[in-house]
Design a protein around this ligand. Structure first.
Ligand SMILES: [Zn+2]
Length: 653
C-alpha cells in the first residue's frame, strides 16, 4: 500500500468513524451483540430437532433451487424447493431432510414423480424411493410446501418486522441450524451445494436481495414480480438467505487501481435520513474490501458480488455475497466482510471449530483498526477483548461435544469471538513475522477454498509453513482453558545489573502452566525505553540483564500481544548482595539468597501495617525463614547490613 492510499484510507477512517461514532473506537469495546446476530440475547436456544447427518451422510447435495412467494406483511411462505444430488453410499433406501413441522408439505416429487413421505413433528422429513438407489446415482427432489414460518419471534429462521424506517422488512437467519425453519434442506456443514438459485416472487413495490447475482426480474400478473438470484459458488446451507423490503439500492464498484473491481451492492430502507447518516460508512466498505483482499487473498466471490441487505437483524449475518446487517458501523461491516473468507469461502467443518469463522472475523476488526486507524487503536481493542476473556477463569475456544446443540455456547462472545481473536494474535506474536503470518492465512484459504476445514487443518497449514510445532500452543490456548496470572519483581544493583523474577500461576487448575514467551518493556530514567522477550519455561523464571541505564519502571505485555493477567509488579531497592527471596508467594519456608557471605545482616519481618513481628540475624549466603505460623497476607522483610537497608515484599498464602 503506498502512502497516498494510506492517507486516503486514514481520511476515510476519520470521516466514517470519529465523526459518525463520535468516540474513540476502542474506548468502548463493541459488544459481540453489535456484530453477531447469534449472541442477541435469546435465552437457551437449544436445538429442538436433531438430525445427525454425519451418521447418515448417504447423499451429496449438488444444487438447491428455492422458488417461493413472500410478502412483508407476515412470515407466510409458499412454493417449492428443489434439491439435486447424488448417492454416496453403496445403496441408499431412505432419504432424510429437515423441515419445521409448522410448514405444510403439499407434495413431494422424487425424480419428477409423486412419492409418499413422512414429515414428523420433530421436523424430520424422510421418504423411501420405490427402488433403492446405488452409488453415484443422481436424483432430483422437489418439495412443494407452504405455511407460516415458526420463528417464535426469536429472530431465527424467517422473520418479518416493522423496520422503523417507513417500511417493513423480512429476512432470514439460518445459522447454526435454522434453515429448516423456512425451507427443506440437508443441514450438514460438510455438504456444500455447488450452486444455488433463489427465486422470490412478491409485490412489485418490493425488492429482494439474495446470494449471487440478480439474473432476471420477471413481471407477473396482479402487480407482482419475480426476482431470480443465482450463485455459482459452493455454498453451505446456513449461508443461503434472502431479505425483502421496499428497498432502495446504493451500489458501486471498488476502485480500479486495486486490481479487479468488486461489485458492492447495497439494499437499504428508502429513508433519506438513514442513507445520509450511513453513506460515508457504506463507502468505507470498498476500502475495507481492498484491505481484506490484500491480507487474505482475492475476494472469493469476485465473479458475483459482495453486498448488504439492511434488516432488523440483531447485528449481522455473513450470508454469502449478501450480508444481512442492521447498520453499517465499522466493526460490524468489517467483521461480516471478513467472513467472506473465514466462514463462507472456508467454513468450519463442525460447530466445535466455530473459531475458524468467528475468531478470524473478529480478528478482522483488529486488522481494520491496525491498517485503517493506527496500531495503538488496534492494541487498545485487543486489550479490551482480553479483559473480557479474563472475566471468567476458564472456558475453551474449542466448543466441547456436549455443547454442540447449544447455540449460546457455540456463539459465546467471550470464547468463540474474543478469546478466538486473541489467540490468533498470539499466533502472530509467536511467528514474529507478518509476511509469514499472512502467508499462512492465505494458504489456509486457498487450500480449503469452497470447502470446510477443522482447527487441526488450520494448525497443519500453520505448522507446515512455519516449521514450528504448535501442538502445545493449541493444547494450552485452543483446547485448553484459562490464562496465566503473573507476579513480577525486579531490582537493579548499583552497577546497573538488572534482575526480573516472573512468577506464573493459572486462573484454573485445568491448565496448571502456560509455557510462553511475552514482552517486557523497560522505561529508563533518561526517558528512553526498550522491549525484551521473557521466556517462561517454568512457573518461576528469573532473568538477569547487564544494563547501562537506570530502570524507572517495567511494563509487562506492553502491546497486549498475549493473554495474561498481571497481578503485581514489585520493585526492590538496590542493595549489593541481595539477590532473591524464593519462593514468593510462599506457604511455609522461604529462602533468602545473597551474593556474598561473611557479612552480618539483620532481617526484620513486618506485617502489612508495618508492625515488626520477627527478627533474625544472618551471616551466610542462604538464609531460611519459616513463615508457616504467619497468617496469609502481605509481609515486608527489612534487610539491614549496617550500611544500607532494603525492604522486600513477601506474600504468604
Ligand atoms: Zn461473525
Amino acid at each position: 500500500m503506498n502512502s497516498g492510499i494510506k492517507t486516503f484510507l486514514f481520511l476515510y477512517f476519520l470521516i466514517s468513524i470519529f465523526l459518525f461514532l463520535g468516540r474513540s473506537v476502542y474506548a468502548q469495546l463493541p459488544d459481540p451483540h453489535d456484530f453477531c446476530s447469534h449472541t442477541k440475547s435469546i435465552k437457551s436456544k437449544q436445538r429442538q430437532a436433531s438430525f445427525h447427518y454425519q451418521e447418515h451422510d448417504a447423499f451429496d447435495v449438488h444444487f438447491y433451487y428455492l422458488n417461493l412467494w413472500a410478502e412483508t406483511n407476515d412470515v407466510f411462505l409458499k412454493g417449492f424447493v428443489e434439491i439435486q444430488g447424488s448417492v454416496q453410499d453403496d445403496v441408499l433406501d431412505t432419504i432424510y431432510l429437515e423441515l419445521d413441522y409448522s410448514l405444510h408439505i403439499d407434495s413431494l416429487l422424487f425424480n419428477k414423480k409423486n412419492i409418499s413421505f413422512t414429515h414428523s413433528q420433530n421436523g424430520i422429513l424422510f421418504f423411501s424411493p420405490s427402488q433403492a438407489l446405488i452409488k453415484d446415482e443422481p436424483f432430483i427432489i422437489r418439495v412443494y410446501y407452504q405455511g407460516m414460518a415458526n420463528n417464535s419471534g426469536s429472530g431465527r429462521g424467517y422473520n418479518s418486522e416493522d423496520s422503523h424506517h417507513n417500511t417493513r422488512v423480512n429476512w432470514t437467519l439460518s445459522e447454526p441450524f435454522y434453515s429448516k425453519d423456512w425451507w427443506p434442506c440437508k443441514q450438514d456443514l460438510q455438504d456444500k451445494a455447488d450452486s444455488v438459485w433463489i427465486f422470490i416472487s412478491t409485490s412489485s413495490k418490493n425488492k429482494v436481495g439474495s446470494n449471487g447475482l440478480l439474473t432476471a426480474t420477471i413481471p407477473l400478473d396482479h402487480d407482482k414480480v419475480r426476482y431470480e438470484w443465482k450463485s455459482h459458488y459452493p455454498i453451505d446451507y446456513y449461508l443461503i438467505s434472502f431479505s425483502l423490503a421496499e428497498y432502495m439500492e446504493y451500489s458501486f464498484f471498488t476502485p480500479e487501481q486495486y486490481g479487479r473491481k468488486v461489485w458492492i451492492q447495497n439494499y437499504m430502507y428508502p429513508d433519506s435520513a438513514m442513507y445520509k447518516s450511513q453513506k460515508a460508512l457504506i463507502d468505507c466498505t470498498k476500502i475495507e474490501m481492498n484491505l481484506l483482499r490484500e491480507k487474505y487473498g482475492e475476494y472469493p466471490f469476485i465473479e458475483e458480488k459482495y453486498g448488504h441487505c439492511i434488516s432488523r437483524i440483531g447485528g449481522g449475518m455473513e450470508h454469502q455475497t449478501m450480508t444481512t446487517q442492521a447498520n453499517f458501523s465499522f466493526h460490524l461491516s468489517i467483521h461480516e466482510m471478513g467472513h467472506s473468507w473465514f466462514g463462507d469461502q472456508v467454513t468450519c467443518a463442525t460447530w466445535n471449530d466455530i473459531w475458524l469463522n468467528e475468531g478470524f472475523a473478529t480478528y478482522t476488526q483488529y486488522l481494520g483498526l491496525e491498517n485503517m486507524a493506527d496500531k495503538a487503536s488496534a492494541d487498545g481493542f485487543m486489550a479490551a477483548m482480553q479483559s473480557v476473556v479474563r472475566r471468567e477463569p476458564d472456558g475453551s475456544v474449542f466448543v466441547p461435544n456436549d455443547q454442540l446443540e447449544n447455540r449460546d455456547r457455540i456463539f459465546s462472545g467471550r470464547l468463540s469471538y474474543y478469546k478466538g481473536a486473541v489467540i490468533i494474535h498470539m499466533i502472530r506474536y509467536v511467528l514474529a513475522n507478518d509476511d509469514l503470518f499472512f502467508h499462512v492465512l492465505q494458504q489456509y484459504q486457498s487450500q480449503y477454498a469452497y470447502k470446510t476445514a477443522s482447527a487441526e487443518d488450520f494448525k497443519n497449514v500453520l505448522e507446515k509453513l512455519s516449521g514450528n510445532n504448535f501442538e502445545e500452543f493449541f493444547n494450552l490456548w485452543y483446547y485448553g482453558e484459562g490464562f496465566p496470572i503473573y507476579y513480577f519483581e525486579w531490582e537493579q544493583a548499583v552497577n546497573n545489573s538488572f534482575s526480573l523474577k516472573a512468577q506464573q500461576e493459572s486462573s484454573t487448575v485445568k491448565t496448571p502452566f502456560f509455557r510462553m514467551d511475552y514482552d517486557i518493556q523497560l522505561f529508563f530514567t533518561d526517558g528512553s525505553d526498550t522491549i525484551f522477550t521473557m521466556h517462561q519455561q517454568e512457573a518461576e523464571e528469573t532473568l538477569f540483564l547487564q544494563l547501562t541505564k537506570r530502570v524507572k519502571a517495567i511494563l509487562p505485555n506492553p502491546k497486549s500481544s498475549n493473554l495474561m493477567e498481571v497481578k503485581g509488579v514489585y520493585s526492590g531497592l538496590s542493595l549489593p548482595g541481595v539477590v532473591s527471596i524464593e519462593p514468593n508467594p510462599a506457604h511455609d519456608i522461604v529462602m533468602l539468597r545473597f551474593t556474598n557471605s561473611n557479612q552480618q545482616r539483620k532481617l526484620s519481618v513486618f506485617n502489612s501495617t508495618l508492625q515488626k513481628i520477627a527478627e533474625k540475624k544472618a551471616f551466610n549466603r542462604f538464609v531460611e525463614l519459616d513463615i508457616g505460623n504467619l497468617p496469609a497476607g502481605v509481609f515486608f522483610i527489612l534487610i539491614d547490613d549496617g550500611q544500607s537497608t532494603v525492604l522486600k515484599k513477601l506474600i504468604k498464602y
